[in-house]
Design a binder for this molecule. Structure first.
Ligand SMILES: NC(=O)c1ccc[n+]([C@@H]2O[C@H](COP(=O)([O-])OP(=O)(O)OC[C@H]3O[C@@H](n4cnc5c(N)ncnc54)[C@H](O)[C@@H]3O)[C@@H](O)[C@H]2O)c1
Length: 254
């Protein structure tokens, strides 16, 4: 195993589950010291148990005060953060955009869009101090193409794609690279939550079959397949890459 991140400091939000957890574990395996943030205290502890020296902060990714606590904890207990992965996100209701309640829309955008913006705003000053940094946001295939089933989610992830590109332009001269991954359907709690909204077991099975039919590789992805791409973007291997939005979707958007 290469140790691209030996002794270097990374912050991961949404680290209690799914893709954030897989990213945190892979970073720790490659030697990074990690600050782990999530609202799920038990899940966070389970991730931290597998990341030697991890620092955990329980909080809401859409709260400026909670993100500021995470920033302060990183500075106090680890040092300035070089790598940021704001992975916390929610799916929201599986319905057409105009069917959403105002509160549902606001919550979706608060967590999925304001969340990564708050994290970037908190940690880019660390990267400026050390003269370099790398950020990987979590967009989605739904952030590159529209989605009739998850239309508000798709709008929020489209915003994440453009936040990525704009941050990349803002900070390129400061040696801070910003990219995003655009996963398709990945096995784990979020995909299960999506299928759970579709209806009974037969409806879920039909939905899964329709989705699989649209994926040339004829399978869903695994969290580690996303984490590996995140680590590539974070690492010096991607030294000339910024503003990229990478579909990781078994060929669905090809
Ligand atoms: N799983 C997929 O198929 C898929 C596909 C495309 C994009 N994504 C994106 O990847 C990211 C990670 O998704 P996942 O599959 O790991 O989902 P997940 O539900 O397994 O994990 C999300 C984590 O974020 C945390 N979280 C949610 N809201 C939070 C908040 N307000 N404050 C703090 N923590 C919060 C949850 O507690 C959870 O630990 C999300 O941004 C998601 O939109 C996932």
């Amino acid at each position: 195993m290469t140790q691209r991140f030996e002794g270097r400091i990374a912050a991961v939000t949404g680290a209690a589950s799914g893709l954030g957890r897989a990213t945190a574990l892979m970073l720790a395996q490659e030697g990074a010291k990690v600050l782990l943030f999530d609202r799920d205290e038990a899940g966070l502890a389970a991730t931290a148990n597998q990341c030697p020296g991890a620092v955990t902060v329980v909080g809401d990714a859409s709260s400026a005060a909670d993100v500021a606590r995470a920033e302060a904890a990183a500075r106090r207990d680890l040092g300035p953060v070089e790598f940021l992965v704001p992975a916390a996100g929610i799916l929201g209701p599986a319905k057409a955009a105009i069917e959403l309640e105002e509160a549902e829309w606001d919550r979706l955008f608060a967590i999925n869009v304001k969340g990564p913006w708050l994290a970037a705003r908190a940690f880019i000053p660390h990267m400026r101090e050390i003269g370099r940094g790398s950020i990987v946001l979590f967009s989605s295939t739904a952030g590159l193409a529209g989605s009739p089933l998850l239309s508000a989610y798709s709008a929020s992830k489209g915003a994440v794609t453009m936040l990525t590109r704009s941050l990349a332009l803002n900070h390129a001269k400061e040696h801070i690279r910003v990219n995003c991954v655009c996963p398709g359907t990945i096995n784990g709690p979020m995909a299960e939550a999506m299928f759970a909204q579709v209806g009974d077991a037969a409806a879920r099975q039909a939905r899964a079959a329709t989705m699989l039919a649209g994926i040339p590789m004829n399978r869903f992805g695994e969290p580690e397949e996303i984490a590996a791409a995140v680590l590539y973007f974070l690492s010096d291997d991607a030294g000339f890459t910024t503003g990229a939005a990478l579909p990781i979707d078994g060929g669905r958007l090809a």
